[in-house]
Design a protein around this ligand. Structure first.
Ligand code: GRF
Length: 225
């Protein structure tokens, strides 16, 4: 499914600081992303993302996992909330929970994630430290459609940087995040324009299958991977 079929808005799910959310808010304000961001949901009351959403006048909801007896019940409540609000695209931006497979399937082709590594390398946590320890010469971040398996799903865009001898996990995180703030709004824009689609586990851009993610480097211009 792509935006061409769907009238509703975008929801961003975030647990942390929300700098990717901020990049989306800024892009929406600057370029009038269709319908802007309709809703922000966080599992953490203290998430900076909620503060950023409220400052931008976006409905922001803290959905506390403590209010549900099981992980599955929480995930279904979250999915029901998104459906009630007629959310068409779910954007995971540092949402630190693994969603139930059923919930992910409910939003198949309508849920994006950004992961701070060049997937399939370094799924999971602590990616910058692991990239350094592995001696990776290239590192970065990946925007992908979400599938039930953790940090899997058809990749769309990657931001790639060369690892420098003086890099630390913190420095890498900072440089990678800088690129994330470009590639995530770009992918969301494509989806909202109906250019991006996912069918049967295959991502398409402008109707053409993406055999590999498009690659963005420091000049911020996407090229085939
Ligand atoms: C980003 O690095 C993203 O790749 C990962 O979580 C981080 C979120 O950062 N999924 P922020 O909250 O958007 O600043």
């Amino acid at each position: 499914m792509s935006a061409a079929d769907a009238p509703g808005g975008v929801a961003v799910l975030a647990s942390g600081e929300g700098t990717n959310l901020q990049a989306l808010i800024d892009t929406a304000a600057r370029e009038g992303l269709r319908d802007g961001i309709a809703l922000v949901v966080s599992d953490r009351a203290e998430a900076g993302a909620l503060v950023r959403a409220r400052a931008a006048g976006i409905p922001a909801i803290h959905l506390s996992p403590a209010d549900w007896s099981t992980r599955a019940a929480y995930d279904h409540a979250l999915a029901d909330l998104l459906a009630e609000r007629q959310i068409t695209l779910v954007v995971l931006a540092g949402f630190m929970r693994i969603l139930e497979a059923e919930v992910v399937q409910r939003f198949a082709g309508r849920m994006l994630n950004i992961h701070p590594s060049l997937l399939p390398r370094h799924r999971g946590l602590d990616t910058h430290r692991r990239a350094l320890e592995a001696g990776d010469r290239i590192h970065g971040s990946t925007v992908h459609f979400v599938e039930p398996e953790l940090d899997a799903g058809p990749p769309i865009l990657q931001y790639r940087i060369a690892v420098q001898p003086w890099d630390t996990p913190g420095r890498l995180a900072q440089r990678v995040r800088h690129g994330e703030h470009f590639i995530y709004p770009l992918a969301v824009r494509w989806w909202l324009q109906g250019r991006l689609d996912c069918t049967d586990g295959q991502a398409y851009l402008d109707g053409k299958p993406l055999a590999a993610p498009l690659v963005v480097t420091r000049d911020m211009a996407p090229i085939p991977g």
